[in-house]
Write a protein that binds this ligand. Structure first.
Ligand code: 5GP
Ligand code: ZN
Length: 114
């Protein structure tokens, strides 16, 4: 999709602090971090929201978690812990309509979120 900021980041057309890219999944730092570690984990393929997933995307969504697990270990936060969140549509505060998983770590995170 030509007008999507995360498609452009995946394609290298917009700079981002990338930590991982296996061709299918890209991990980069959030530009406005809400925690000492705040990563965004995206499929390279443009999928607007969780509502647009199909059965064919089941493995891809699993790969988002595996990429998060890997980068969390590399950054040394796997044992202490981290949180993964995917916001879907307005009530959850989704502002970029390319599916992305937030990975937050590096401080104690309150629960429930606001
Ligand atoms: P959402 O609210 O849609 O779940 O989260 C979108 C996230 O994308 C926000 O945390 C925001 O800071 C981040 N973001 C928006 N634009 C950019 C950008 O151009 N680069 C990076 N690295 N993060 C972005
Ligand atoms: Zn996109």
């Amino acid at each position: 999709m030509t007008d999507c900021i995360f498609c452009k980041i995946a394609a290298g057309e917009i700079p981002a602090a990338k930590l991982y890219d296996d061709g299918e999944v890209v991990v980069f730092r959030d530009i406005n971090p809400e925690a000492p570690i705040h990563l965004l984990i995206i499929p390279r393929r443009h999928i607007p929201t969780l509502n647009d997933l199909t059965e064919a995307d089941a493995t891809l969504i699993g790969r988002l978690y595996l990429a998060g697990q890997r980068v969390a270990a590399e950054l040394g936060v796997a044992e202490r812990g981290y949180r993964t969140v995917i916001n879907c549509n307005r009530d959850a505060g989704q502002i970029v309509f390319h599916v992305h998983m937030h990975l937050l770590a590096g401080r104690e995170l309150s629960w429930p979120p606001g």
